[in-house]
Design a protein around this ligand. Structure first.
Ligand SMILES: Nc1ncnc2c1ncn2[C@@H]1O[C@H](COP(=O)(O)OP(=O)(O)OP(=O)(O)O)[C@@H](O)[C@H]1O
Ligand SMILES: [Mg+2]
Length: 263
């Protein structure tokens, strides 16, 4: 399980600078020739991809492909070589708190919620660096709007929540930092299909209502392709296939490898 990230972006004057608009052909998130790994273990071997602002992008691929490593490199937890830009601003080599201040929120594999703390305390942690009390309160209500079940459980310890509720809490905490880019690592992990479906529906409405750009790593390719505009297939640290969600869904190789049927 990844360590929880408790650094929330402040909303300083730099946060809106140089934002590339959707459809400008430049990409909002731009990743070029990214290499990353763990010490001598090299995992990503030159990953390149672009995500337009306001889009949902799915990263698919088998176990050990490097999906989690890619998200860790994007949020600054791992120092990579190559280019990562958000809204035209280079993020490569910046520490996680600086990347978070640029508007990147990471919901790690395993969620990273603080089990003994209450739901509300966990959510407030996502906003701990913010000084605008009224804004934080409004954002709490906004998160409860997306996840009404969290409102019913405000004073409950996170550890007493169901798996689905804990994933909602982790996403809610990320939203408390008002991210421009939300990185979700296997949100469906360990959840029942119905709960996963509900969760993905909420991710889609967050994306639509708040125009938050989302990169979602997911083994459940069906669900991810349902909500994504674009998708990339990662294998052994390299992107082996990229396209619109419809193109990827229609690809026979992907269908056989990840969707569990032949077309
Ligand atoms: N902390 C680490 N130290 C060394 N090697 C690691 C570490 N974490 C992951 N790896 C290795 O990096 C490779 C990619 O792992 P990663 O977790 O990014 O894959 P993944 O695509 O997210 O897989 P999964 O679908 O199982 O979550 C694997 O070979 C893994 O063993
Ligand atoms: Mg992973």
């Amino acid at each position: 399980m990844s360590a929880p990230e408790n650094q929330a972006p402040e909303h300083g004057s730099e946060s809106g600078a140089g934002v590339a608009e959707k459809g400008d052909g430049q990409g909002f998130l731009v990743v070029e020739d990214l290499h990353a790994g763990y010490g001598a273990v090299r995992v990503l071997h030159g990953v390149s991809l672009r995500v337009d602002e306001g889009d949902i992008c799915a990263i698919l691929g088998p176990n050990g492909a490097g999906k989690t490593t890619l998200l860790r490199a994007l949020c600054g937890m791992l120092r990579g070589q190559g280019t990562v830009r958000l809204g035209g601003v280079p993020l490569t080599g910046r520490p996680p708190d600086a990347v978070a201040r640029r508007g990147v929120a990471h919901v790690p594999e395993g969620r990273g919620t603080f089990m003994p703390l209450t739901v509300e305390e966990n959510l407030r942690l996502g906003a701990y660096a913010r000084r605008d009390r009224a804004g934080v309160q409004a954002d709490l209500e906004r998160v409860y709007g997306h996840f009404p079940v969290l409102k019913e459980r405000v004073k409950q310890a996170a550890g007493s929540l169901s798996g689905g509720e804990q994933q909602m809490l982790a996403i809610g905490r990320a939203l408390m930092s008002r991210p421009r880019l939300l990185l979700l690592d296997e949100p469906s992990l360990g959840l029942a299909p119905m709960v996963t479906r509900e969760l993905f529906g909420i991710v889609r409405s967050i994306n639509q209502e708040e125009r938050t750009t989302v990169v979602v790593v997911e083994q459940n390719a069906h669900l991810a392709l349902d909500i994504a505009a674009q998708a990339h297939v990662l294998e052994s640290g390299r992107i082996v296939l990229s396209g619109s969600a419809a193109e990827i869904r229609a690809d026979e190789q992907v269908a056989q490898a990840y969707l569990g049927y032949r077309i």
